[in-house]
Design a protein around this ligand. Sequence first.
Ligand SMILES: *Cc1c(COP(=O)(O)O)cnc(C)c1O
Length: 393
Amino acid sequence: MSDDHDDDATEERIETRAIHAGQAPDEETGALMTPIYANSTYKQDAPGDHRGYEYSRTGNPTRTDLEANLASLEGGEFGRAFSSGMGSINTVLNLLESGDHVVAGDDVYGGTHRIFTQVYEDYDLSFNFVDTTDHDAVREAMTEDTELLWVESPTNPLLNVNDIDALTDIADEYGALSAVDNTFATPMLQRPLEHGADIVSHSLTKYLGGHSDVVGGALITDDHELDERIGFYQNSVGATPSPFDCFLVLRGTKTLPVRMDRHCENADELAHWLEDHDAVDRVYYPGLASHPDHDLAVEQMDDFGGMLSFELDGTLDEARTVVAETEVFTLAESLGGVESLIEQPATMTHAAIPKEERVAAGLTDGLIRVSVGVEHIDDMKADLQRAFDAALE
Ligand SMILES: *Cc1c(COP(=O)(O)O)cnc(C)c1O
């Protein structure tokens, strides 16, 4: 356990905190790594007289270290881990009451849209989805019942960048909580608490875990009372991660800084290569000067991430062939692991959206999304070139 260590660690740089925050060597044995406390209950010396742990849904030492590590990465005071990103999003909704209203981006993660509309509308919460890059539209959607503004940045799959400072100001004006899903950017690229967010939400399944071997979620806040309420629902609802899963994420966050460096470097090079390619009509990557939100991305983010999308100059079937032909890029949903992934939003992640709406939102038949991994960039280019040749011959 690492309580003394944390205070010092917050003074250190993020690359150092990724490795040490929340993870001091074990006092008794000197073990460097946080052990997997495979354990459900804890001995008490007298009723109520325990060492901080009673039952592992409520608290587990492996989870404690992970929560401290994640809080430190986001520059926040308090972290709470969940068994999935949806578990963390569910917990933010638990903070609301029936009758409350929520404003969210119209391009939020599909699972977020689903839990809002297909689960919580039945509990008498109401939701408005608006273009959160249009601040007048956001203001117009806010009502006196609005208790939460939900923001993602960059978004999926067109990598729109939202102005977190401006949006959290609007939430404040209306007395609403602001929550930012920071899954795509990670705290290496942007820290929403610095921009006024009340809560940061993560799917640990993506870059923070980083190896496509664990599903998890987290909420981070600076507000003690909010953290207490989040902790109450974390324990009451019980979507808590296993100690083994916490260990895997802790293993992942140690290399987050070096992985993100390479993800960003590879994605930037690939984005430029695709932009110059005859087979490609358009590339969506916030690091490109051609991206509509490029200036905001430069201001708000330290780098531009590992996600990009591009429009193949071709049909739905040709795009389908490209994603089926690649080998370095594995055809799969999800993102953020060391391995490169490729997918076709029109037939996979965004297939549930009716075609007219989908195309109007810019999700054309030829759109291809890639999660750029940390393999060698030349192998990625050669792989895509081969797939283009196969699809467009
Ligand atoms: C994957 C994802 C989620 C959901 O997380 P799970 O771990 O799959 O439950 C939420 N938001 C974003 C942006 C995601 O990419």
